[in-house]
Structures are given as structure tokens and as C-alpha cells.
Design a protein around this ligand. Structure first.
Ligand code: BYC
Length: 307
């Protein structure tokens, strides 16, 4: 029998039945729930484009991607439930504004180019953030992340391929791509969270090996990964301070508008109210499905007991 500290020190996984500090449990519930909510709310900006996809092929790809996101939400709610919380309760906390979801999904997807840019930048940022989480100390979360990351790689590739196609297209298509990049670049950098100096949770989450890198380290990794992809694509990243720094071996880049991140996280983004309202409506409209599933489970439980 190992104590929590021994498990973490030995870089093994903490499992649901292991003793863990209350703060660790609370942090895991918070992060996993926020992550699950992000996947579910994240279906909305792209979901709006399913009926307006420009071809059957694009529609099939987008449908598959959005369905994957629903699946990610479900694995993550299941991982959270291993910590003693209920999915219904977490959904209530989301709808009532007591739990957060990623700031990025409070921006609107204005054209089909946005679908490509979400895949390239938003899923690209998600991969950078989530690959290290496959080694997160909480077993059920780390294991869920392995499959999620594989699917995110497909999401990123489909976005990049869509943008490549548009960049080989008409002038109007190229401009739509550039316009979408201009709108999504800074919000994508904000996905990694506040700067380390203003991140209240990073130090403890690093000590518990929930997080393996700080917010700023991952943001830098994302910028370094994305700049050559932008060059290849032929788009301009909207940051006049972005340049290679040979001494550091990294790109220097400008400062995101942290006031905007704070505003969006606390409900003041373009789409916060609309996203939550739709989630609430979907939850209420789905009540009959939950009731039917419960009635079915109760009936089969009775039959099994009788047998
Ligand atoms: N947006 O101390 P910090 C996807 C919160 S979905 C909103 O640095 P932490 C996809 C933070 O939670 C992928 N809130 O916190 C889906 C904390 O909240 P509390 C989503 C943010 O946890 C569909 C407070 O600010 N990915 O890929 O150490 C379509 C202070 O921050 C944000 C995940 O959820 C933000 N951007 O680090 C396409 C990844 N940033 O304590 C794609 C898992 C910070 O006030 N999560 N906050 O409640 C994480 O890795 C970490 O939780 C974070 C933040 C890096 C996000």
C-alpha cells in the first residue's frame, strides 16, 4: 500500500480508490469538468456549419469531428465521476455558471474558413496542451487523454487540409482564411490560460504532476510549432512582434490581451450567453431521453432480479 505522496513521487498513477488530499480531488474535478464542458460547448461553433458545408465530403468530415467532441465530453464526464461527482450535477453547474469552459468557444465562427482555422489553431493548441496530460497523475484522466489526443490529431489535420485547399482557391477564399486567422490567433494563445505569474493553480498542479508544463511553456511550444505551418500555408499571423530569437531558440511574440481573457472567462465574451442558453435548451429537450433510459434500466434490473 502506497501513500498518495509516494505514488506521485514515483511517477505512478493515482487511481479512484487511492487516498488523495481533498485539494487534489477538488482540482481534478474542476479541471476534468471544465475540460468536459469545453468539449460539449465546443461542438456549437462548428456544429452551426454542418448544414452549410460546401460538399458532401466536407460535411462527412465535419460531422465526424463534432461527434468525436461529444465522445470526448463523455469520456471526460466518466473520468470525473470516478472522483465521486455526478455528471448531472456537473451539467447543472455549467448551466448555472458555477463552472467554466474554455474561453475560445465564446468567439463566433463566421465563415467556412473558420472551420478550418478552428481545426488548425484551436485543435492544434488543444493537442499541445493535452499530449502532456496523457502523463497526468490521475489515472482515469490520463487514460482518457490518450484516445482524445489521437482524435484531436485527425481534427487538426482536417483543418489544415481544408485551409490548404482554400489557399489554392480563389482570392475570396484566401481572404476568408486570412480573416479567420486574424480573428482566432490571439484567442488561441489565450486557451493556455493566464501567464504563469497570474496563474493561481499552476504551482500546486505541477507539484501534484497534474500539469507537466506551465501555461507559458505550452504557449511558447504552440507558437514555435505553428509559425512554420503558417508559412507553408501562406498566411500571416497577426502579431508584429513575432520573430525568431536565435539566442533563445524560440520565437518571440506579443502579449495577448489578458483583460479580454478575464472578460471572456467571466461571461463577457461575444457568445457566452448564447452558448449557455443553447446548452440549457439541449439539456431540457433531452429530459425525455434520460427518463426513458432510466425506465429501461429499471425494467431490465427488475427482470434480472426476478430471473
Ligand atoms: N478558458 O490557474 P490557472 C477542445 C481558468 S476543448 C476558461 O492557469 P489551471 C476542443 C482556470 O480553469 C479543450 N477558463 O488554471 C473542443 C482557473 O479556473 P478557476 C479544452 C480558463 O487549471 C471542441 C483560472 O482560470 N482544454 O480541444 O492550472 C472543438 C486560473 O487559471 C482558461 C482543456 O480543458 C481559459 N482559456 O490551467 C475543438 C485542457 N484558462 O480556478 C477543440 C485542460 C484558465 O478560477 N485544462 N482558465 O476555476 C488545462 O490544461 C488547464 O485547466 C488550463 C488552465 C491550462 C486551461
Amino acid at each position: 500500500m502506497n501513500t498518495f505522496d509516494e505514488i506521485v513521487a514515483a511517477d505512478r498513477r493515482v487511481e479512484p480508490r487511492d487516498d488523495m488530499p481533498d485539494g487534489y480531488r477538488r482540482t481534478m474535478v474542476r479541471q476534468i469538468a471544465q475540460h468536459a464542458h469545453s468539449e460539449i460547448i465546443g461542438m456549437q461553433p462548428e456544429g452551426d456549419w454542418i448544414t452549410r458545408a460546401p460538399s458532401l465530403r466536407r460535411k462527412a468530415i465535419l460531422l465526424a469531428k463534432v461527434q468525436d467532441e461529444a465522445g470526448h465530453g463523455l469520456y471526460l464526464y466518466s473520468a470525473a465521476e470516478t472522483l465521486g461527482v455526478e455528471r448531472t450535477d456537473l451539467t447543472e453547474r455549467l448551466i448555472s455558471g458555477r463552472q467554466k469552459y474554455s474561453s475560445i468557444f465564446n468567439y463566433p465562427a463566421l465563415s467556412y474558413a473558420d472551420v478550418g482555422v478552428i481545426g488548425w489553431l484551436v485543435d492544434g493548441a488543444a493537442i499541445c496542451n493535452q499530449v502532456p496530460l496523457c502523463r497526468s497523475s490521475y489515472g482515469p484522466y490520463a487514460r482518457a487523454m490518450i484516445r482524445i489526443c489521437k482524435e484531436e490529431s485527425f481534427h487538426q489535420r482536417q483543418g489544415y487540409e481544408l485551409l490548404m485547399t482554400m489557399m489554392r482557391g480563389t482570392r475570396a477564399q484566401q481572404e476568408a482564411v486570412q480573416n479567420a486567422v486574424d480573428r482566432w490567433w490571439w484567442p488561441s494563445l489565450m486557451m493556455f490560460g493566464p501567464p504563469d505569474a497570474d496563474s493561481p493553480n499552476t504551482a500546486q498542479s505541477m507539484a501534484w504532476k497534474i500539469k507537466r508544463h506551465t501555461n507559458d511553456e505550452l504557449r511558447q511550444r504552440f507558437v514555435d510549432m505553428t509559425v512554420p505551418q503558417a508559412d507553408r500555408l501562406g498566411v500571416r499571423l497577426p502579431d508584429p512582434e513575432l520573430r525568431w530569437n536565435a539566442e533563445r531558440g524560440h520565437h518571440d511574440f506579443g502579449t495577448p490581451d489578458w483583460d479580454e481573457l478575464r472578460r471572456v472567462i467571466s461571461g463577457g465574451g461575444h457568445c457566452n450567453a448564447e452558448r449557455i442558453e443553447r446548452r440549457r435548451a439541449a439539456h431540457e429537450n433531452g429530459a425525455w431521453v434520460r427518463e426513458a433510459a432510466e425506465a429501461y434500466a429499471a425494467k431490465h434490473g427488475r427482470e434480472r432480479r426476478a430471473a
